[in-house]
Design a protein around this ligand. Structure first.
Ligand SMILES: C[S@@+](CC[C@H](N)C(=O)[O-])C[C@H]1O[C@@H](n2cnc3c(N)ncnc32)[C@H](O)[C@@H]1O
Length: 220
């Protein structure tokens, strides 16, 4: 029953098409996004592992959405900072995250908030979970990477980008490709390494993981 309650608990606030999408996801695709990471447990495991391998204490998420992934990140790291542009989500975000003492949420444009309110006040290394996306629009992602590149102390951080194109896989993506971000990654850390998810569940999205050479998984 718990899954049913999680899935339908907030449905009265949804439009008809969102409601149908949730029903489709839960009963046809068989996933539940309540645990964050769009229902992708492989992604949750990889992020937890990256946090362990790099002894990361702080995570920074862009695109809070309704705070589901934020709440999951709050169980993996000591502190989570998250930014959402859409103030219409404030009530739901506050309801989900308001009681979590290790989460700090901001409203505004991600790159601006990173630059002006987050990056000068926290300690590296950090895991960035970049998810403030709109289909086909890479500008927000490029602005976020530019903001990170302006703070050299984050050179050896991890950057995880959701909805990324993964070669030779049929994962869903927003059309973002490594070639489009490589110049900014070189500015952040010329020695960076990257790998993609090989398995997915839930929403079946492509993901790129960018990290320092020393913490690449052994299998890569
Ligand atoms: C894919 S959803 C995020 C999902 C959330 N991270 C999760 O896993 O549940 C993308 C979110 O990014 C937000 N967004 C889009 N552009 C943004 C920007 N420039 N700054 C901050 N948030 C932005 C959207 O309003 C939306 O809520």
């Amino acid at each position: 029953m718990k899954g049913v309650r999680e899935t339908f608990g907030g449905l009265k606030n949804y439009s008809k098409s969102t409601m149908l999408t949730r029903i489709w996801e839960r009963f046809w695709l068989g996933y539940n996004r309540e645990g964050g990471f769009e229902g992708d447990e492989y992604l949750a495991e990889e992020i937890a592992d990256l946090i362990r391998r790099m002894s990361i204490k702080t995570t920074v998420e862009t695109g809070t959405g309704y705070g589901r992934t934020t709440a999951r990140l709050a169980k993996m790291a000591d502190k989570v900072y998250t930014v959402e542009k859409d103030v219409g989500k404030r009530r739901k975000i506050e309801r989900r995250l308001g009681k979590l003492t290790n989460v700090k949420y901001f409203f505004g444009d991600s790159a601006t908030v990173l630059r002006e309110r987050i990056l000068s006040g926290i300690s590296p290394p950090v895991l960035f979970y970049l998810d403030a996306h709109q289909m086909g629009n890479i500008a927000t992602l490029l602005n976020e990477l530019q903001a990170i590149s302006e703070f050299p102390e984050y050179k050896n951080s991890a950057i995880v980008i959701h909805d990324f194109y993964v070669p030779d896989k049929n994962f869903w993506h927003n059309g973002y490709r490594y070639e489009q971000i490589v110049d900014l990654l070189m500015k952040i850390n010329p020695g960076h390494r990257y790998y993609y998810n090989t398995k997915a569940s839930g929403a079946y999205r492509g993901v790129i993981f960018i990290c320092p050479k020393e913490v690449l998984p052994e299998s890569i």
